[in-house]
Design a protein around this ligand. Sequence first.
Ligand code: GLP
Length: 250
Amino acid sequence: MEVFIVKDAAEGAWFVAQKVIQLLVGRPQVILGLATGETQKPVYEQLVQSYLKKTISFAEVTTFNLDEYVGLPSDHPSSYRSFMEAHLFSHVDLPPLQRHGLNGMAIDLLAESERYENLLKSKGPIDLQLLGLGRNAHIGFNEPGSSFESRTRVEFLAKSTRLDNQKHFANPEEMPTRVLTVGVGNILEAQQIILAAYGKNKARAVVQMIEGPRTEEVPASALQGHPNLVVVVDQSAAHELKKRELYRLC
Ligand code: GLP
């Protein structure tokens, strides 16, 4: 695991975007695992700028999103599909058939999970997985207690996640309590992972993920065993880290 401590979220997003751009320039047919959330917005903004300058193209890229709310139509403003449309898909040349996501409106959620697993198996492995971090150390929507071998499935949101994500809903009562998410096991299969976390409210999850025991109570700690993991945190998210000599200050 390589840990980079950057000044702030803007620098972190630049750092992450540069890594994605370098990969896309060298290998236009890359398979990207995509995340949603505030952390990713400025990354996607920079990818769009880079596409507009013709430095990169998404024409041969395939994407897989991590998760989706159960019961939200894909065009609902708070769905993760809408998030991706608004921040990346509608601005770049990524063909619609190469964008993959979970369907939160599927009648049979088990069959939908299996469909996604099969798709990941046939197209994968993912070359680069972008990740954010929940305040309770969730990755994707794998809440504390998720098995490190878990696969794509329905998950119930933890109380802290419901509180944190309510702000994305015009009417908080509309927020689903269930989601579809790829599992921790799926995430660990990516060739490379870049996890970013910024702000003081992520500090505890960051120290648990990096310096704490590898335990299913802390889903992100599963990543400690990953052979190609980059973690980007800003000064505030890093402030509980103790083994400073092991990290790179940027
Ligand atoms: C949601 C997503 C996660 C994401 C997290 C962090 O819960 N399911 O994949 O990592 O939000 O969000 P933010 O970047 O807004 O802090």
